[in-house]
Design a protein. Sequence first.
Length: 622
Amino acid sequence: MKILDLLFGKPLASSEERAEQVGPSAGLPIFGLDALSSAAYGPEAALTLLIPLGMAGVYQIVPVIGAILCLLVIVYFSYCQTIEAYPHGGGSYTVASENLGAGAGLLAAAALMIDYILTAAVGISAGVGALVSAVPSLQTHLLGLCLLILLILTLVNMRGVRDTGVVFQIPTYLFLGTLLIVILLGGVHVLLGKGHPVPVVAPPKLPPATAMLGWWLLLKVFSSGCTAMTGVEAVSNGVMAFRDPRTKNARVTLTIIIAFLIVLLAGIALLCRFYGIGATDPNGKGYESVLSQLTAAVTGRGWFYYVTIGGILLVLSLSANTAFADFPRLTRSIAHNDYLPHVFLLRGRRLLHSHGIYALVFFTATLLIIFGGVTDKLIPLYAIGAFMAFTLSQAGMVVHWMKNPGPGSKWRMAVNGVGALATGVTLLVVLVAKFRAGAWVTALLIPLMIFLMLRVRVHYSRVRRETNCPTPLRVDHLEPPVVILPLDRWSRITEKAIRFALAMSPEVIAVHVESEDSKKSICDEWDNMVVAPLEKAHHAVPQLVQLQSPYRFVLAPVVDFILGKEKELENRQIAVLVPELVVKHWWENLLHNQRANVLKLLLLLKGNQRIVVINIPWYLQR
């Protein structure tokens, strides 16, 4: 227990939930890491597609990022409206379900779950990519490093929201501080150099152009750059994690995140343009990330360079924390409506929905293993879910304002309408541009997940329908059950089971399967050990039934006997008592056969409402 307390913290009582709520300073690293860190791989994803254009491609990054920033501002105002309208958490699933119907809600749920899993995978792989840029010898350990960081993130997040915010504040503000210094110094060098700054460390020479700029390439570049917008919805999903005034703190946090993201994206794009920095082949030798080139060009490769790269590595790796913060909340909301297993409703020792974290870790690890931890292979799957969620959320808000008219509702409807249109068009662009590169996988997964969620809902509806009892307690047929007791040999375990059976009912049937392997059976001692004492006490004697098994099966004849007896006794309940030995250590189970467990499993699978299975444990002395 002490080890668990050391790793995950002491258990929190439900009454301590208020202490776990956070303000903007802790909310920034918890809900903003994904959005902020995307400044490190969003521009790079766009520049990677511009490599065939050579230096001409670098000149296109500024208008592309400019278009993305315009879209980002529209989405920002839209989500401010959502936070105000849904102070208890207004994620896309909630907004779409309440305003557009269950189908739209499921579409948003599937899109968001995929997006959060990809957020975790891309963040971790991009962080390790930044480390490999600084230390190329680690290239062969790419996947191992990814899985190690995933493990560390899991351990930190299992400590709860407040502890997570405290742990992540230092790397978040280190990342922001160092990058802002790089952008500021780079801007000063650009002004002093009249638009032609001299790099301290020259970036790798760009290859000659091998292609021409076309609309199709431009659309692909824009769609890749849009990965810089992922994570913007996190704050509206996690409003309940903020302390009062909840809505104000959430909006302040979102404003700070968007402001920093605009400065980072604009600064990186402009400095890449002036310093002539382009992307390098992520799968080739000598790969160096755009931010590594930019930092070296502005400040050189001294201590500040390594501090900056360290900050980028930490934040990129920790950016997966946004998924850890929101994925469990999302799965809880979906499970509350019976579309996911109810285990996602349970809260763990630190007031977390721990099973949501377990699911996220499993799927993230699977993705990292499948794609080898390479960011470039994961990017094409990314952003589809985010923009689908953006679009459904904003469309749902339009309907919300229509249903709830009031002062300023027309203006708010217009803001959300523009947001829905802008993100909807972007979604189509991203889907078309990335379809062959891997977006088709996401496009297939979303309907598959919707189908699975519908099947879960059907199951819970059937369970509720069959177990619902609108009538008062029935008092007929309350006679004791017929007890069936499988026995092997006379022992203390057998004695305990027979005593319990006789206390339950006067009708007890002891069943023994004759086996050639048995050296000693209950039949040899039945008269002496059971019949004689009971007759002396004038107590009813159990019936002993011996079953033959020519093929040496033991459990099958017992199960067949029980099912046959159930058909014979149409109006009686049958209680099957299963004696079993309980040992102290798990490895001791390997020394004993597991017939008791298998028998219980078979009876649960083949039985019905009138058959009840009861454990009779015998605890080995400890």
